[in-house]
Design a protein around this ligand. Structure first.
Ligand code: AP5
Ligand code: ZN
Length: 214
């Protein structure tokens, strides 16, 4: 099962990707997580990506397309994958299509900007696993620690309000076009498109996704 999770920064893509990964045994491919680990490792890619990400801008299509193309050929993707944060531009979506990658489901998470700004201010992440928490809406069992490993949770560098607003603006300019793109693809029978009201509680959304996908 190949799934695209589409939605603004903070819409809940990573949260539901973790749920779906555990439920269906297919890997989460988060381009944001891949870039953050490149930054941590200090690779050439990481050095190039850091400034762009901290400014809330998009990393170039060529780099991102190359990353994803390579990732989806790995063995663990043979039964499918969850694309989280990719594609984000029309050229990225076209690249998938040009490579013959058939996507079974596109799931759109819709959340108003002001709710997103509030969510981001309380987000805490476990970088090694991609697990995501929120101080109020999805708190860890022990404050500041990851549930599974007990390791420290961190605040993402791009979660300051000014950067969040910038990321939202870019979402509305560039990524939201993919809503129309994939709705049209679904009308042509190329994929299935699902709209989800992303303001519902985390568990309600997870339950809705299982109904859509089963
Ligand atoms: P990326 O890491 O993909 O960030 P993003 O798309 O901005 O999305 P987020 O990870 O911020 O949000 P999310 O939807 O995963 O929400 P989450 O589940 O964490 O990208 C970062 C940067 O990398 C980009 O800005 C860009 O520079 C670069 N990049 C990445 N991919 C790229 C690409 N394809 N092309 C070019 N550049 C790229 O939830 C957010 C918070 O809300 C958490 O605290 C969570 O606990 C809470 N929450 C989740 N669901 C709910 C709910 N239902 N109710 C209440 N709270 C909830
Ligand atoms: Zn995410």
């Amino acid at each position: 099962m190949r799934i695209i999770l589409l939605g603004a920064p903070g819409a809940g893509k990573g949260t539901q990707a973790q749920f779906l990964m555990n439920k269906y045994g297919i890997p989460q491919i988060s381009t944001g997580d891949m870039l953050r680990s490149a930054i941590k490792e200090g690779t050439e890619l990481g050095l190039a990506a850091k400034q762009v990400m901290d400014a809330g801008q998009l990393v170039s299509d060529d780099i991102i397309i190359g990353l994803v193309k390579e990732r989806i050929t790995k063995d663990d993707c043979s039964k499918g994958f969850l694309l989280d944060g990719f594609p984000r531009t029309i050229p990225q979506a076209d690249a998938m299509q040009d490579n013959g990658v058939v996507v079974d489901h596109v799931i759109e998470f819709d959340v108003p900007d002001d709710i997103i700004v509030e969510r981001m201010s309380g987000r805490r992440v476990h970088p090694a696993s991609g697990r995501v928490y929120h101080l109020k809406y999805n708190p860890p069992k022990v404050a500041g620690k990851d549930d599974e490993t007990g390791e420290d949770l961190v605040i993402r560098a791009d979660d300051v309000e000014a950067t969040v607003r910038k990321r939202l603006a870019i979402y509305h300019e560039q990524t939201e076009l993919l809503v129309g793109y994939y709705r049209k693809a679904a009308e042509a029978g190329a994929t299935q498109y699902h709209y989800v009201d992303g303001t519902q509680p985390v568990d309600d959304i997870s339950a809705q996704l299982v109904k859509l996908l089963d």
